[in-house]
Design a protein. Structure first.
Lengths: 282, 332
């Protein structure tokens, strides 16, 4: 295998659910570079989560291909894939109050046979994951007794316990306060320095701008823009994708583009805004 | 508590429960008489009662109790619902309907395997109905709809049992009360052996699925990302757990709440890891039903009450307590 091989390569991807006239994804191209922080942005219902599920093989595309480390997604077994790619889904509802240790330990399942006990390698992976996410003190707490921010860090710790080379997260900082939000973005950025490839779905344009190496912007299932934060986060592109007037300024500290929605919508935008409402339900 | 110690204590409990079940009954025996009879010696009366009446009955209680507890725990993971139980989901009633139908048609006489097979078909029909009603467009199961669908489906199949038994003229079929409240009375070795040939392989298969069941209890999407073959595991677990329930129901009738109380007690004791939970559920489910059966024989002796009455007397308060607690506490 070549060292420059892209961890995730999506070509011409089209996904159509049964009984819908419009495809959920249409002709999507996406190349994720090794050890990069790759962000997927887009309005509600633009197909971000569908793209994630298709990349992971849970949705079969109507056409197009997904390559993980150069191999088609269909050729991966689920357990081999779980050793390379970890996913933190948008939400999980738990039926039983597992402890933090138990939940994080499920990250080692791809490596263990049915009744195999954890080895020292597994235990080291778990304790490293707990340390990275700063949740060692919560070890024996039931997950029902955690705050939203704590639970989110536990779920990320589980994905790190998988020791993946690719980490995909679907809105991991939704509902978190500034401190946890920054802590998670900083952690993920640090992981890319340790050769992990991070793909994140988020609505947080400004943090995406600060932390991402690359941004893919989706609109109604199609790629609206694809490139560096400077290339993608422009007033004209964002204004047309989000159907709201937006100002973009440079962050004086880091020079990254900073996005500021204008507080009033000019008269001319109303019509376009009304039209877009009908087909943007998630 | 450490799982190995816990398993050992529960095994001792099972031995004690089985001993009580063999020892206690309308006819009193001394311990020497019982030991002699188990070895195949001693008086003819003791030999017959111990080896051919209480023996198979105790073995069947262990198999059916263990099987019901285990399948209850499996349904709880599959449906991600701590209140799931083969009885509450209507699966047991579906199985009993299948069994009653072939008995009333006189089909089970020629081929003994037809009875569990018909019960199995009935259980699959019941679980299919409940799942079809409770699954919404977003593929997520609403707990309240699921329970309601199960209870109503169970009521429908209970009505079917009464109807079939009313219309049937076949002699020697057990009464509707026995089918609907369960009984281990009159168990013969042949029945216990048939149930064992279904229950033991099913137990091994389900315990073998413990790891993916742990993941399914978290969620199907997450389970896929953590390496589980979700659709295969779900299909296998539904079929095997239904089959095990059906084999028990075909032999004893509907015994409720074993699959609810026992797994819940084990969760309190050892936590929610199915690799530990499932074997312990089988052990303690066996003890539970054996004790319940012993109580059913001595509570208003010499009259025997159906064992399902005893399990319901324990099970309904436990269910109501769990329901209230689940409606109040929200897991993330």
């Amino acid at each position: 295998m070549k060292n420059t091989m892209s961890p995730i390569q999506v070509s011409n991807l089209t996904v159509r659910y049964h009984g819908t006239r419009k495809p959920v994804l249409e002709g999507v191209q996406m190349t994720v570079h090794k050890s990069s922080f790759h962000t997927i942005l887009g309005p509600n219902g633009s197909g971000k989560s569908s793209l994630l599920k298709t990349i992971m093989g849970l949705i079969k595309p109507s056409s197009g291909t997904v390559l993980i480390n150069g191999l088609p997604i269909s050729s991966w077994t689920r357990s081999e894939l779980a050793k390379k790619v970890a996913v933190v889904p948008q939400s999980e509802t738990f039926a039983f109050p597992l402890t933090v240790r138990e939940l994080v330990a499920t990250g080692r399942y791809p490596y263990l046979n049915a009744f195999q006990a954890e080895t020292t390698v597994d235990q080291r992976a778990i304790s490293t994951a707990l340390k990275y996410c700063d949740i060692e003190h919560l070890l024996n707490r039931p997950i029902s007794a955690l705050s939203g921010g704590e639970l989110q860090r536990v779920r990320i710790a589980r994905s790190l316990a998988q020791e993946p080379s690719i980490l995909i997260l679907d809105e991991p900082t939704a509902n978190l306060d500034i401190r946890y939000e920054m802590a998670i973005f900083t952690l993920l950025k640090a992981l890319t320095k340790r050769e992990m490839t991070v793909v994140m779905i988020t609505h947080h344009l400004n943090l995406a701008s600060e932390f991402s190496d690359h941004i893919l912007l989706l609109r109604q299932g199609q790629v609206a823009a694809d490139g560096t934060p400077q290339e993608v986060l422009s007033e004209s592109i964002l204004g047309s994708v989000y159907q709201w007037p937006i100002a973009v300024e440079g962050n004086p500290e880091t020079k990254a583009p900073q996005v500021r929605p204008l507080s009033r919508m000019p008269e001319a935008h109303y019509k376009a805004f009304d039209n877009s409402q009908t087909d943007s339900n998630e | 508590m450490r799982p190995v110690i816990c398993g050992f204590i529960l095994f001792v409990c099972l031995v004690i429960a089985a001993s009580l079940s063999i020892w206690i009954g309308p006819v009193d025996f001394t311990s020497t008489q019982i030991l002699e009879a188990l070895k195949g010696e001693g008086g003819a009366e003791a030999l017959y009662i111990i080896r051919h009446i209480r023996g198979p009955r105790t073995v069947l209680a262990i198999l059916v109790g263990g099987g019901l507890a285990l399948s209850g725990a499996v349904f709880q993971a599959l449906l991600r619902n701590p209140l799931a139980d083969p009885y509450i989901l209507g699966i047991s009633s579906g199985a009993a309907t299948g069994a009653v139908l072939v008995l009333s048609l006189g089909l089970a006489v020629a081929q003994p395997w037809i009875l569990p097979a018909a019960a199995f078909a009935g259980s699959l029909i019941a679980i299919s109905i409940v799942l079809a009603v409770a699954s919404t467009r977003s593929q997520r199961l609403d707990m309240r709809v699921l329970l309601l669908a199960g209870v109503v489906t169970g009521a429908f199949f209970s009505a079917c049992i009464s109807l079939i038994l009313t219309l049937s003229n076949t002699p020697n079929i057990r009464s509707a009360v026995v089918w609907m409240m369960g009984s281990l009375a009159g168990t013969e070795w042949s029945t216990a052996i048939v149930v064992a040939t279904y229950t033991l392989p099913c137990t091994i298969i389900l315990i073998g699925l413990a790891k993916p069941l742990n993941l399914l209890a978290i969620g199907e999407e997450t389970a896929s990302y953590l390496g589980a073959k979700v659709e295969q595991v779900k299909l296998a677990a539904y079929i095997v757990a239904s089959l095990m329930t059906a084999a028990g129901v075909a032999a004893t009738g509907i015994i409720g709440f074993v699959g609810l109380i026992v797994p819940h007690g084990m969760r309190l004791l050892v936590g929610n890891d199915y690799r530990i939970l499932l074997p312990l559920c089988f052990l303690s489910g066996g003890s539970f039903l054996t004790l319940a059966d012993t109580i059913s024989r001595i509570l208003i002796s010499p009259v025997e009450i159906p064992v399902g009455v005893v399990t319901a007397l324990f099970g309904v308060p436990a269910f109501l307590w769990l329901l209230r607690r689940n409606m109040r506490t929200r897991l993330p």
